[in-house]
Design a protein around this ligand. Structure first.
Ligand code: S3P
Length: 182
């Protein structure tokens, strides 16, 4: 049987990976790791700065190398991946071989609501077209990325909806599901 150790949380920005991940890790007594935070610490730059100064390709490389480093830990971890991490076949493979991958699905309507006033997601900052408001441009971008990524998100071992739920509710549901799986 393959070793199932770490818990990987994946899904779109705003789906609750970090908030819920922290609660779930505390509940299970595991270490919580936010991959974006690890990358920022290592690079000594924010994700937005990495995108602006070094480009997306450099960021994606860091996602892979830093995840590899995180997986070297002997502790069991709840790992919140960035929203685009599962686009990488290497990262999907790392998750498959090192634990349980959980897709936190969330309705696009709720994602718009959660992300509307957030300004630190470089991929969501798009220039509005002449007939669009900035919010409409952001929604268009979310729709586009969400559709493009859905197939890869769906290869997860588990899919849990966070729509309309608090982090505590979703973490409780996940903890129960994981218990039944073990
Ligand atoms: C990204 C999502 C972000 C972060 C980076 C790229 C993406 O993480 O990794 O801005 O490609 O969707 P969150 O999902 O935590 O917002």
């Amino acid at each position: 049987m393959k070793p199932r150790r770490h818990i990987f949380l994946l899904g779109f920005s705003g789906s609750g990976k970090s908030t819920l991940g922290r609660v779930l890790a505390a509940k299970l007594g595991y270490r919580f790791v936010d991959l974006d935070g690890i990358i920022e610490e290592y690079a000594r730059q924010s994700v937005a700065e990495i995108f602006a100064k070094r480009g997306e390709t450099a960021f994606r490389r860091l996602e892979k190398t830093q995840l590899k480093r995180v997986l070297g830990s002997t502790r069991t971890q709840v790992i919140a991946l960035g929203g685009g991490a599962f686009e990488s076949a290497d990262i999907r493979k790392m998750a498959r071989n090192n634990g349980v991958a959980i897709f936190l699905s969330c309705s696009q309507r709720e994602l718009y609501r959660r992300l509307r006033n957030v300004g630190n997601r470089p991929l969501l900052e798009v220039k509005p077209r002449p007939y669009e408001t900035p919010t409409q441009a952001k929604m268009r971008r979310i729709r586009h990325l969400f559709k493009k990524r859905l197939a890869n998100y769906r290869v997860a071992d588990l899919i849990v909806s966070t729509t309309g739920k608090s982090a505590a509710q979703s973490a409780g549901q996940l903890a129960r599901l994981l218990k039944n799986m073990s």
